[in-house]
Design a protein around this ligand. Sequence first.
Ligand SMILES: *Cc1c(COP(=O)(O)O)cnc(C)c1O
Length: 787
Amino acid sequence: MFDKKRLQERMNAHAAVSFGRTLKELNARESHIAFSKAIMEEVVPLWTATREKQEGKKKACYFSAEFLMGRALGNNLMNLGINDEAREVLGGMGLDINDIEEAEEDAGLGNGGLGRLAACFLDSGASLGYPLNGYGIRYEYGIFKQSIKDGAQVEEGDNWLEYGDPWSVRRLDEAVEVSFFDGPVLAVPYDTPVIGYGGKTVNTLRLWKAEALKPFGFKEFNDEDYEGSVREKNNAETITKVLYPNDCTDKGKLLRLRQQYFFVSASLQDILAKHLENGFSLESFPDYHAIQLNDTHPAVAVPELMRLLTEVHGMDWDEAFDITRRTLAYTNHTILAEALEQWPVRLYRKLLPGIYGIISKIDRQLQSDLRSKGIRGKAQDRYRILLGGSVKMAWLSIYGTHSTNGVAELHTELLKETELRHWYDIYPERFNNKTNGITQRRWLKMSNPELSALVTELLGTDGWITDLDLLKGLRGYTDDANVLERLNEIKRVKKVQLAEHIRKVEGIEIDPDSIFDIQIKRLHEYKRQLLNAFHILDLYYRIKEGDAENITPRTFIFGAKAAPGYKRAKGIIKYINEIASLVNSDPETKGKLKVVFVTNYRVSYAEKLFPAADISEQISTAGKEASGTGNMKFMLNGAPTIGTLDGANIEIVEESGEENNFIFGLKVDEIEDMKETYDPHVPYLEVPGLKRVVDSLIDGTFNDGGTGAFRELHDSLLKGASWHKPDNYFILADFASYREAQEEVGKVFKDRLSFAGKCLMNISGAGKFSSDRTIREYANEIWNLEN
Ligand SMILES: *Cc1c(COP(=O)(O)O)cnc(C)c1O
C-alpha cells in the first residue's frame, strides 16, 4: 500500500544522497529528480512481480529505433493511481507538483508519429496486461531543441540526461557484445519501467547504450598519448550519441547503419540467451516470442537472427529461416516510394561483412522461391533484396517475416494496390491492416482532466479509461444544450491555459475567444503547412480589402520541427514566421487574425495544444499520410477535423460523421487521374487571390534573409525541379477547396451550440482510435499473445 510518510522520507533521503542538500535547497529540476527516485522505489517491487508473473509466458518485443516517450512523472503517478497522494505529500513539503512536473525534460528519443506510436503501444500493452516490452537505443541526445531566430529555425543539442534519468536503471550485468568489422563494442541495457494503468503490470523499455570494452588505455595515457587513451571509448560511444533528426528519406549514413545493427543485435542476443537460459529449446523460440519491427529500421533482425541461429547455435538454414519468419513481423509506415529504406551494398559489405553474406544467401533463396512460383529472369528484379548496388530493407522485411501491416485502412489498401502490389500478389496472406491508435490515458485523462471529469460524469463511469468504446454513450447528449455549453466552457478553460503558456514561453498574447486553428506535426511538404500559410495570407488580404467583414476572429497556431538538412521545410518555417510578423503587427487586422509559430514542439507541448484546439488541421495530399495520430488526439479532445480524405482521417470521419468535420480537396483516385496532365498554372491564374499569395514568395512582400529559400519554394510550385514535378503535392490544386472549407468553419463556429455538437460527435466517435484496440489486434492477429 502507498504510504505518504514513507514517500516523504525517501524524498528527503534522495535530496541528501543525490545532491548533498535538503529538499528546500533544491531547484525544481533537482526536486523533480529526488521525487521521481522516491516514486521509482515504489515501482520496483511491482516491476519485479510482473517479471515473475510473466516467466515462461509468450512475450511480444517491440523493436523500434525511436520511442518518443515525453515526460514520465505525471503519467506514472496517474497509472499508479497516486496523483492525489503525491500532490498532498509535496504540498506538505511546500512544493507544487505542477512546478515539479514542468521541470522534467521530455524523453525525446524519436522524431514524430512513428516514435510516439511506439510509446502509446507500450502504455496500452502494460495497461491491458500484455507481456510487451520495447527495445531500442538510448540516445544521449534526442530530437534537437528548436528555437527561432529572425523567423528561421535554429537547432541545438538536446542534452536530456544533464540532470540524470531517475526512471532508468543500468543493467551492466546483462550487457552483451556487438561486433562490427572494426571490432566489438559493449551494449549496456538501461531499463525503464512501463507502468500500466492501475499499476498491475509493469513492463520494460530496454534501451541500449554503446560503450567501449576497454574504455581507458592506461598504457597510452602513461605514454602521454591522452587522446589515444580514450579513443576507443569515444568511438564506441559515438554510436548511441544522437538521434538522426530525419523523418523523411534516409541519407546513407554509416553511423545510422551502425545504430540499427547495434540495437537489433544486442536485443536479439539478449532475448535468445534468456530463452535458452530458461531451459527452452531453440526450436520453440517463436512459441515464446513475437518480435514486431517498427518500420524497416530494425529490418537487419532478419539476417541477424539467422546468424545467431545458424552460426552461433548451429541450426540448419531451412529450419532457422522458418523460425525467423515465424518470430518476426513488419509494420510499414510509408507509401512514399522515395522513403522506402535502402542501403548501398558498399556500406553493408564494409560494416557488416558477415551479415551481408547472409543477406546474399536470403536473396538467392528468394530467387529460388520466385522461380518455383513461375517468376523468372527480369521479372524477379522488382523483388530482389540485392539489386543495383542497394539493399532493399522493405523487401527483406516482407520476405523475412510472416506479417506485413499498414497503419490505416487506406494505407494498407494502397500498399496492396501500388507500392507492394507485387508482394501482395505472391503472399496475400501476409498482408493485414492495423489502424494506429493513441493512449487515452496520456491524451485525454492526463492532459485534459477537465474534459475527463465531464465524460466520466455523463457516462456515470470512468471505465472509458481502459475501454474507450464507452465514449459512444456520449451520443445521447448531442442535443443537450446544457451539456454542450459545459463542453464549450471546458474548451475555453483549456484555451485560456494554453494562451497563458504561450504568453509565458513565446511572449505572444492570443485571444481565447478566437477560433484556435492548430496544425502541429513535423514539417514536411506532403503535410502541406504551406497550404495553410497561403490561406492565412489570403484571408489577411481579404480582411484588409474589407472583403471579410464578419469573419470569426482566428488564431492560427503552428508547431513543427524541420529536419536540419531539409532546406525547403526550413524555408516554409521562415515563410510562416514572415506571415506572422506581417499579420500580428498590422493594426487593421488586430482582433481578427493572429498567427503563432510555437517553438520546440514536442510531447509535453502537445499535451497543452491538443486540448485547446477548436479545429484540427489534417491537410496532407491525399494518399501521402499513412495514418496520422495527431488527428486522433485532436478528435479525442473534441476538435473537428479540417482535412483531406487521407490516412486515418477517413476512418475518423466514418466514426464521427462527415457532417461533423470539414472535408475538402482532391481524393486519391482524382489525383491519380490528373497527375500526368496537371498544370499548376491553371489554378495559379484562375483561382481568385491565389496568384497574389503565391507571388508573395518572390515579389518582395517578404524577406527570406537572402537565402533564396522563398524563390526556391516558388519554383517548386510552378517550375518543379529535376527530381519532381511542379506542385508535386497539389497545393495550388486544392487551394480553392480548402478556402471554402475554412469559410464553412468560420460560419459554423458562430453557432456555438451547433459547433459544440460536432465536437461532442468527435469525442463520442473516438473509441476506435485507442491504441488499446490496436494492441489487442496485434496481440490476437499477429503475435498470438495472451494477457
Ligand atoms: C502525435 C505526435 C506526432 C504525430 O503527429 P501527426 O500529425 O500524426 O504527424 C508528432 N509529434 C508529437 C510530439 C506528437 O505527440
